[in-house]
Ligand binder design. Structure first.
Ligand code: EPU
Length: 421
């Protein structure tokens, strides 16, 4: 099993490019199911999650060709007139985001059979909001043998009020509504920049969408869409990872393409902690002042501080001056990596969805295991400020969302290498 070996590092200097947003690219891939023909998505990173969704589309009869990497990564997707509208267990099990094929399949083919996603490292993650919204648009569902089977005649636009601004439910309903009869309004919609990016791709395909990026999205259904071409926005969570790296290790780095306007609240928190950023318009320049300072953090839907940033923030707070309370409001179970940080000497107590982080001067290298994409990356970052060698097992988890995390950190001067156990 491959792992990262990390030694004490810093300060970091240099410049790297921020690649395309995973959580935008995956949805844009699903959106291609809405129109037969040749689609093109640019700025597609070479990450495992993209490969899994490519396999999922291939299982439906869709041809996907990924070429290049980083900002030059391109995905050519050819959708036939008829696809096999089934998302099998073996693939859905690997990636929960595959639920986003449900909306496009129902809307275009009137039928979809999608394996129910199980629990994951964040705990129980239901899809009830997706199903309720599709029922309101006219679909009916049965659940058997671990699969949810949906049927509909043409979906009919209506007003859908989401109980919570779920990111993926917003994506799913927005995609389905593009081909519905009449107008759909999504109230309490998620406002993440990736939702806006998906809406841009859909509009490029001929969809009529207004209000993406606000809590009220209005979609006027059309009879058919055409193939689209789209360049994905930069990944704000990848950018946050490197901001935390410089925060921990010190130095000054420039993140090309990173969008400060997509991460305002995070940048405010980082400034309080001691990571100072300048928005150049085409990049973010970041430098750290030590010692880092503790600050309380609560995760919230966008534009709040994203839950995906939390493992990096907790790692910084673990060596900051003072005590911080971190509250998780999105995924109740998203503190699992804290046990691994504790093995590295962090002083963190968790109570329900709160963590109390008491800063210590330095961490201590240890063998640890990556529980998920972001927590895995955070453990690699923790190794930068730990004495001795930190061995992060489960590099495959990290590869799901990062193209060459180790090589890119090393290019900034970090002591990170990758190898077999
Ligand atoms: N929820 C329900 N019912 C539903 C849908 C969601 O109860 O039908 C709950 C969830 O259990 C959770 C909350 O609503 O408590 C919010 O979940 P949301 O649906 O917004 O999350 P998601 O769309 O499944 C996306 C990202 C996550 C990111 C979250 C929060 C993708 C593929 N995933 O998940 O990213 O953490 O939004 O911003 O877009 C990652 O990139 O590694 C990742 C996990």
């Amino acid at each position: 099993m491959e792992r990262f070996f990390v030694g004490p590092s810093g300060p970091l200097f240099g410049r790297i490019e921020i690649y395309g947003a995973k959580n935008s690219v995956l949805k844009c891939m699903a959106a291609t199911l809405l129109a037969p023909g040749d689609h093109l998505i640019g700025n597609v990173p070479a990450i495992t999650d993209v490969a899994i969704v490519r396999d999922l589309l291939a299982a439906m009869g869709v041809d996907c060709r990924h070429s290049g990497s980083g900002v030059s990564g391109r995905l050519g997707i050819t959708v036939p007139t008829d696809v096999v509208p089934i998302a099998p267990y073996e693939l859905v099990e690997k990636i929960r985001a595959s639920i986003v094929v449900l909306g496009p399949l129902l809307s275009r083919y009137g039928y979809a059979r999608v394996s129910l996603p199980g629990g994951d490292d964040f705990g129980h993650r239901p899809i009830d909001m997706h199903l309720r919204a599709f029922e309101e648009l006219g679909a009916t569902f049965t659940t058997e043998h671990g699969y949810v089977e949906g049927r509909c005649d043409r979906l009919t636009g209506t007003r859908v009020v989401l109980e919570f601004p779920s990111h993926t439910a917003t994506d799913n309903v927005m995609m389905a509504a593009t081909l519905a009869k009449g107008t759909t309004v999504i109230e309490n919609a998620a406002r993440e920049p990736e939702v806006t990016d998906l809406a841009d791709m859909l509009r490029n395909m001929g969809a009529r969408i207004e209000g993406a990026g606000t809590s009220r999205i209005e979609i006027e259904g059309v009879d058919e869409l055409r193939p689209g071409s789209h360049i994905a926005i930069p990944d704000r969570v990848e950018a946050a990872t490197y901001l935390a790296a410089v925060g921990l290790a010190g130095g000054e780095i420039e993140l090309l393409h990173a969008r400060a306007d997509h991460m305002e609240m995070l940048l405010e928190k980082l400034a309080l902690i001691g990571v100072h950023t300048v928005d150049t318009g085409s990049s973010i320049v970041a430098r750290a002042t030590h010692p880092l300072r503790s600050v309380d953090i609560s995760t919230l839907p966008y534009p709040g501080v994203a839950t995906d940033y939390k493992p990096f923030l907790v790692t910084m707070l673990a060596i900051a001056d003072g005590v911080a309370i971190v509250t998780e409001n999105i995924f109740a179970g998203r503190f699992r990596y804290v046990d691994e940080l504790r093995r590295m000497g962090a002083d963190i107590t968790t109570r329900g969805h709160h963590a109390i982080v008491r800063g210590v001067p330095r961490l201590s290298g240890a063998p640890v295991r990556s529980p998920d994409i972001r927590a895995g990356a955070a453990l690699v970052l923790a190794g930068l400020v730990a004495d001795g060698v930190t061995e992060v097992a489960g590099a495959a988890h990290i590869d799901r969302g990062y193209e060459d995390l180790g090589g890119r950190l090393a290019s900034l001067g970090a002591d990170v290498r990758r190898g077999d156990a």
